[in-house]
Design a protein around this ligand. Structure first.
Ligand code: PLP
Length: 404
């Protein structure tokens, strides 16, 4: 322990001194980055296999996105929504087209997109479905991660995320993820929405059983309930498609987007839905000072254009095969299980070998950055610009760590 502290670089201690301890970062202090690689204050390079929890799908400082940000900084950065700016229309039109929806509502963080989805679903329930005032309920899944606000942690099943933050917001029902019968049971005439991650990222990249998402879609349609897909982490290329839902042949009523939408430069989130849903909001009922600002729109429009080419989705699908093949070969050699899709993997390390945290620290010493999630589970989500060689490098370093 004392030895560890002596080896802790001064820059790490500096970063902790006046900081609330709501995170337990790996002891690396990064000062620059490009593509899939970052460099620390001592000039050591690391392969970034977390990519800002998928906020950096296009890598660090993608040239097209940096150029858009630079150009916009020289023209206009903020107007508030009190006025219209010239970057707004293109962003909303192109994102709506990418989503196959009529309308877009821009916000900043993922949690705000979730909050927006909850508000819109409730208002839709009262105004369109005819739910009696104050009676709306929303069904969510066990093991969910939708953000950190007081309402969102109210329906979390993670004790750390939830404990001592009550009183909790009512109106949510929690069912086991992947269990259609439980979902059917939970939906009643006052249910306005089912809110799900098509793949549960924070939970350890948990892919639901075959047929689950189509079943959710069918139930929602039959019972006149909105299907809200939280694609904040799974969407925008991560799984090898624009949306994870797409790979199950499912179209939700509402997409919640964030993370990669800001190109790793600015926080940008959005809700996309058709006019019969998002159209329930009138002026004064919802908003954000920074949501849809010119800088955010300029960057995010280029993100949408990068995705419109299909190149990143293809890379994720193809390189994902390589990543998963490499990881599967380590099952029984230190790994207990591998899950995921595209360039996204949840790995359960044999808990007898080491914790997830220890694995991350040892990988860091070998120049690969990843993050543990729960216990002995770690998550790999490299930028979609990563090369095949770099994937092989990451897998080789993991193999070395597992071999002791
Ligand atoms: C990260 C995440 C959020 C919350 O996004 P923030 O920008 O951190 O508020 C919500 N849902 C999912 C699935 C996420 O991965």
């Amino acid at each position: 322990m004392i030895e560890d502290m002596l080896r802790t670089p001064a820059a790490v201690q500096d970063a902790e001194r006046h900081t609330a301890h709501n995170y337990h970062p790996l002891p690396v202090v990064i000062s620059s980055a490009e593509g899939a690689w970052v460099t620390d204050v001592d000039g050591r390079r690391y392969l970034d296999c977390l990519a800002g929890y998928s906020a950096l799908n296009f890598g660090h400082r993608h040239p097209t996105l940096i150029a858009a940000a630079h150009a916009q900084l020289d023209k206009l950065t903020l107007t508030s929504r009190a006025f219209i700016h010239d970057q707004f229309a293109d962003f909303c039109r192109e994102l709506a087209a990418l989503c196959g929806k009529d309308l877009v509502l821009p916000m900043n963080t993922g949690a705000e997109a979730v909050e927006t989805g909850v508000k819109v679903a409730r208002k839709w329930g009262y105004q369109v479905k005819g739910v009696p005032a104050g009676q709306a309920n929303i069904v969510v899944a066990e093991g969910n991660f939708h953000g950190r606000t007081t309402t969102i942690v109210s329906f979390s099943t993670d004790a750390d995320a939830r404990a001592d933050f009550g009183p909790y917001t009512p109106g949510f029902r929690i069912v086991p993820y992947g269990d259609l019968a439980a979902l059917a049971e939970a939906i009643d005439e006052h249910t306005v929405a089912v809110l799900l991650e098509p793949i549960q990222g924070e939970q350890g990249v948990v892919v639901p059983p075959e047929g689950y998402l189509p079943g959710v879609r069918r139930l929602c349609t039959e019972r006149r309930v909105l299907f809200i897909a939280d694609e904040i982490q799974s969407g925008l290329g991560r799984t090898g498609a624009t949306f994870a839902c797409e790979q199950d042949g499912v179209v939700p009523d509402m997409y919640l987007l964030g993370k990669a939408l800001g190109g790793g430069i600015v926080p940008v989130s959005a809700v996309a839905a058709d006019a019969d849903v998002l159209g329930v909001l009138r002026p004064g009922q919802h908003g954000s000072t920074f949501g849809g600002n010119p800088l955010a729109c300029a960057v995010a429009t280029e993100v949408v254009r990068l995705l419109a080419t299909g190149e990143f989705q293809r890379r994720s699908a193809e390189l994902g095969e390589r990543l998963h093949a490499g990881l599967r070969a380590l099952v029984g050699k230190g790994l207990v299980a591998v899950r995921g899709r595209g360039l996204w993997a949840g790995l359960d390390i044999d808990p007898a070998l080491m914790s997830g945290r220890e694995a991350c620290e040892r990988l860091m010493e070998r120049g690969v950055l990843v993050k543990d999630t729960h216990g002995s589970t770690i998550r790999l989500a490299p930028p979609l610009v990563i090369t095949a060689e770099d994937i092989d490098h990451a897998v080789a370093q993991l193999a070395a760590v597992l071999a002791g």
